[in-house]
Design a binder for this molecule. Structure first.
Ligand code: ASP
Ligand code: MG
Length: 418
């Protein structure tokens, strides 16, 4: 039997009507001849409520019990979905993570998949059940305690099942109808993409496209699971939504396929650090230890000589999330006090945002950066930091120009055109 994985997010199972609506979509695939593994999230808002309750029990809660509590939302939806399908004459059975069993690592609240044996589900399909409804987001640690996979983890559960059961496709039903060239709230010209390559999706997901958990895209890429993102609130067919797939499946790709942004960035500059071997290591090791996520890094050219600084000095600039500025400052001040590094001044700018253009076509096309910088220049937007990778160019700019920059770049790369 061909097999499909269908995943429904929290808003798609928010009440019994929506569960019925989702179940009708499952039933249609069964009628087309598929066995289906349905992965469900908790009803929307449920996981937040559960986390809130746990946090109110005390400051230092036991991570095992946190997982025992917050995984329970998915158990409810799995059972309700199975009951709803049965009402529709579809033979369905619910599965909690431990019943499959979904083996994970012991890292509570951030567990990773180890193994999903097929035996139990295959046996049930063999008995004539058409649908296995599996609770997303949860698994079983080696010591037999329940684990969870981190917020948004049901996407990753879906991909893991698609890989383990060699599903034809993994359909992620959500409250948007696909992946867009940029955030439609920023420009009405944003266009839904029919297809996007895994690597592009990874860049867009980690830059804040928020539709898919980043880990789920990584796992799909590694296992070549074709992922489709589509709306559970619309009538959908094989061509709906956006297919996230291998780049070989995409015949014609534009040079740039998306404009991403990240609003809450901050820029930190260490003024006049010594220019000597080991200085970068001495700066970034304490930041890493403090758990600061450094993103862009720029070191000024070497060999700047100041009268009051014998030997050459340089400036080091890097970006961090706004929420981590205080932690970063503290790590730098401590490193300075210990004598590991020296600098004259630490300058922080918390009013910046990052805007990026993404596209696999950049690998083989020249001039993308020039076109990007020209578009920003035409809007009089000053670029503070630039960084590039094989398929992405990012700039740090004043936050107040972020929307304007996204719109200008969307126009410059003609992303509204198919
Ligand atoms: N219910 C979990 C959460 O809200 C997992 C998920 O929905 O993906 O994070
Ligand atoms: Mg989600």
């Amino acid at each position: 039997m061909p097999l499909l994985v269908m995943k429904f997010g929290g808003t798609s199972v928010a009440d019994l009507d929506r569960i019925r609506n989702a179940a009708a979509k499952v039933k249609r695939e069964v009628e087309r001849g598929y066995d289906v593994i349905v992965i469900v999230s908790a009803m929307s808002g449920k996981t937040n409520e559960l986390v809130g309750w746990v946090e109110q029990t005390g400051t230092f809660f036991d991570a095992r019990e946190y997982d025992a509590v917050v995984s329970s939302g998915e158990n409810v939806t799995a059972g309700l979905m199975a009951l709803t399908l049965q009402e529709m004459d579809v033979p369905a059975r619910s599965w909690q993570g431990w019943q499959v069993p979904i083996h994970t690592t012991a890292q509570h609240s951030a567990a990773r998949f180890v193994d999903i044996p097929r035996k139990n589900l295959d046996q049930k399909f063999g008995e004539g059940f058409k649908v296995a409804v599996v609770a997303g987001f949860q698994g079983l640690a080696p010591d037999n305690r329940i684990t969870t996979l981190g917020r948004g983890g049901s996407d990753t559960t879906a991909v893991a099942f698609a890989a383990a059961f060699q599903a034809e496709r993994c359909d992620i039903y959500t409250d948007v109808d696909g992946i867009y060239t940029t955030d439609p709230r920023i420009t009405s010209k944003a266009r839904k993409l029919d297809k996007i390559a895994f690597e592009e999706m990874l860049e867009l997901a980690s830059l804040g496209a928020k539709v898919l958990q980043t880990r789920s895209v990584e796992l799909a890429m590694r296992n070549r699971v074709r992922l489709r993102v589509l709306s559970s609130f619309e009538d959908t067919d094989e061509t709906s939504g956006t297919l996230v797939c291998d780049e070989d499946e995409i015949m014609e790709s534009k040079v740039v396929n998306g404009v991403a942004y990240s609003r809450e960035e901050a820029k930190i500059t260490l003024v006049t650090v010594e220019d000597r071997p080991g200085i970068s290591a001495a700066i970034f090791a304490p930041l890493a230890e403090a758990g600061v996520n450094v993103d862009m890094i720029v070191q000024n050219i070497s060999e700047k000589d100041y009268d009051d600084h014998p030997g050459s000095v340089t400036d080091m600039t890097f970006s961090v999330p706004v929420a981590q500025v205080e932690r970063a400052k503290k790590a730098m001040e401590e490193a300075r006090q210990s004598g590991a590094i020296s600098y004259d001044e630490l300058v922080v700018d918390t009013e910046v945002a990052k805007v990026s253009v993404v596209g696999i076509g950049m690998r083989s096309h020249a001039g993308v950066a020039a076109r990007m910088f020209k578009a920003l220049a035409d809007e009089n937007i000053n670029i503070k930091v630039i960084s590039t990778s094989e398929i992405k160019i990012s700039v740090l700019i004043d936050r107040k120009y972020m929307e304007l920059a996204v719109q200008a770049l969307h126009d410059a790369f003609e992303l509204h055109k198919a």
